[in-house]
Ligand binder design. Structure first.
Ligand SMILES: [Zn+2]
Length: 265
């Protein structure tokens, strides 16, 4: 047998093994999802305390229940200077999964860790010489494989029905990150990228002049996407009234209409 034939046989063997591996991985993944489906959800009693959960129709709650179970199972929660309990995990998982409601198998593939701090975090910005230039108070941060959340800020927002929500905000950044560039265009907009980008950029220009949304939205386009996503899920009428084109785009990319509570997937 000449060397070329040996090479072709070896190549086919590699392809075949890879194909078998893919099939096994797929079956394993499906069995894993099925096993999750049958497991009870520990979160219901905690989520029933939240207005944002209570207002959801039962079919949306059911979809979220499955996604929350998967999220809690797959992501590593790391408390810093505090104790963590199931309630904290459930609330973070709920708001993290809400924007992905129509994407049944989406579970933030790049995200591995969630760091939870008891209070707002002081972040230091240093210059090139390592000298601290300024200190900032942050209630959360998203850095691709990790999200940081300040728990006191979450409690203020979710139990007192403020218009902002740091969990939705940081996970909107994660959706932006999953697309590859931090520019305000989330992974869900990738199919109709140019059209979404046009409407998004036009709205950003208009909103920067109007100053109707929270000031933080105007820091840059990534922050505008994160803040407007908070509005879409928590104050949808405000977003629809002032920026109807962007609102329609968000219905398309999130495949969910928060005013009608319908999932259009
Ligand atoms: Zn942000």
């Amino acid at each position: 047998m000449d060397n070329f034939l040996k090479f072709i046989i070896a190549l086919w063997a590699v392809f075949f093994l890879f194909f078998i591996y893919q099939i096994f991985s797929y079956i394993k993944f499906k069995l894993y999802l099925k096993s999750l489906q049958n497991k009870p959800c520990i979160c219901k009693k905690y989520l029933e305390k939240l207005q944002d959960y209570k207002k959801l129709p039962i079919h949306i709650k059911n979809i979220l229940e499955f996604k929350i179970k998967r999220f809690i199972r797959e992501k590593k929660f790391i408390p810093k200077y505090m104790q963590i309990n199931d309630e904290i995990k459930c609330i973070i998982a709920f708001y993290a999964c809400l924007p992905t409601i129509a994407y049944k198998n989406f579970c933030y593939p790049s995200l591995k860790y969630i760091y939870i701090y008891p209070h707002t975090i002081i972040k230091e910005h240093t210059n090139q010489n390592g000298i601290i230039k300024k200190e900032m108070l942050i209630s959360g941060e998203s850095i691709g494989e990790a999200v940081i959340i300040a728990w006191d800020e979450v409690k203020r927002e979710i139990y007192h029905y403020k218009k902002r929500n740091v969990i939705i905000h940081e996970f909107a950044h994660e959706l932006d990150f999953e697309e590859g560039i931090i520019d305000g265009i989330p992974i869900f907009a990738i199919k109709d990228y140019e059209h979404f980008k046009k409407i998004f950029n036009e709205t950003f220009q208009k909103a920067t002049k109007d100053r109707i949304l929270d000031e933080y939205a105007f820091s840059n386009k990534a922050e505008f996407f994160a803040v407007s996503t908070e509005y879409f899920f928590l104050k949808p009428q405000t977003l629809k009234t002032h920026y109807p084109k962007l609102f329609e785009e968000y219905i398309k990319i999130f495949k969910f209409n928060p005013l009608k509570m319908t999932n259009i997937a």
